[in-house]
Design a binder for this molecule. Structure first.
Ligand code: GDP
Ligand code: MN
Length: 335
């Protein structure tokens, strides 16, 4: 795939991995975890793997964010798992809760309708807060101000392969803004008017839309309709300054004013995906096809040489990339 590191690059990056911390070139980067205190057990499961596969040598910080105060127990067990620095932050109320200008009657009716239609998380206000926070606010948290790149980690995910190079430096050196492992189709009942809102924004702001963007990934007819493809945002390696930039901020604010995070159930995955596919050149999006990863119910298992290089333990025949419900073929075909 274009944009993937060459064998030579990988050898150079692996050498970097064996150097002492103080001698190694590093990015200003951190892991970011949004979690509740009750997520502790499942989070340790994810974190241990990240430490064993990568961060034991890379030593990037961990930033934990919560709408509530983290307990001492949460802090103690997470910090005990790594020799890197852990930071714990509380999310400002105005970045989390349903804003006053949302019409609660209308929002409630939509939740009731989604319960009737049995839409996953359709009943939940906290889930909507979480999606809106991840879409438009996590990168504004003061604890993230000093960083340029982040890697999002969720509870109960698996990392299957050793990571012998620094993905943050790949992002920085190749001028990438967004990295993913899995992509798929979105459940349209959660975002019925998201594409109309996006088209309205795009028509009003042609100045934000590069010609060589990844429109082909998200639309089969040049932008008229959304094909529902999105990057699965429970794994993301990204450029915080892209989200903090003028174009994405304008896009998020436009969407937020429409109220679809509450009147529908807009997810951060389609919002991030459409945002980056619309507003960045396609070359700035990177498929980390050498990072073995699972979030239920899908997994990406590296194939061929990459499987051996990472000493991966996933079954190579259990790989979602080119299943009918994956969008990754569209991504690859775009280049
Ligand atoms: P799913 O992957 O879409 O099924 O959603 P998850 O339940 O995994 O939630 C996504 C992320 O947000 C995870 O990192 C959760 O720990 C976190 N999360 C979800 N809801 C809340 C919440 O109400 N408060 C906090 N602090 N974190 C949440
Ligand atoms: Mn999850």
């Amino acid at each position: 795939t274009p944009g993937q590191p060459s064998a030579e690059d990988l050898r150079a990056m692996a050498k970097v991995g064996s150097k002492k911390l103080s001698e190694r070139r590093r990015a200003k980067a951190t892991f970011v975890v949004l979690a509740r205190n009750s997520d502790l057990g499942e989070l340790l499961f994810s974190m241990k793997q990240m430490e064993d596969r990568f961060n034991n040598w890379a030593q990037y910080d961990w930033v934990f964010l919560n709408d509530d105060d983290f307990t001492d127990e949460f802090k103690r067990y997470t910090q005990a798992l790594t020799s890197a620095t852990c930071k714990y932050g509380k999310i400002p109320a105005e970045h989390w809760h349903q804003p006053d200008w949302i019409d609660e009657d209308k929002a409630r009716k939509s939740r009731e309708e989604m319960i009737r239609k049995k839409i996953i998380y359709g009943h939940s206000v906290p889930y909507r807060n979480m999606c809106r926070f991840n879409s438009g606010f996590f990168f504004k948290h003061p604890l993230l101000a000093e960083y340029d790149y982040y890697w999002r980690v969720e509870p109960n995910v698996r990392f299957f392969c050793d990571i012998n190079y620094d993905p943050f430096l790949l992002m920085q050196d190749q001028n990438k803004v967004y990295g993913f492992t899995l992509s798929l189709y979105e459940y349209i009942d959660t975002i019925p008017t998201l594409w109309d809102a996006t088209k309205e924004f795009a028509a009003a702001h042609p100045e934000y839309i590069p010609k060589d963007n990844a429109m082909q990934f998200i639309s089969d007819d040049g932008g008229d309709t959304y094909n529902k493809c999105h990057f699965w945002s429970n794994f993301e390696i990204g450029d915080l300054n892209f989200w903090r930039g003028e174009a994405y901020e304008a896009y998020f604010d436009f969407l937020d004013k429409k109220g679809g995070f509450y009147y529908e159930r807009w997810g951060d995955a389609p919002v991030h995906s459409i945002g980056v596919a619309l507003l960045a050149p396609k070359e700035q999006i990177h498929w980390f096809d050498d990072i073995g990863y699972k979030h239920e119910p899908f997994q990406h298992c590296p194939q061929g040489d990459a499987h051996a290089r990472g000493k991966c333990w996933c079954d190579p025949s259990d790989n979602f990339d080119f299943e009918w419900y994956s969008c990754t073929k569209r991504f690859v075909d775009m280049f």
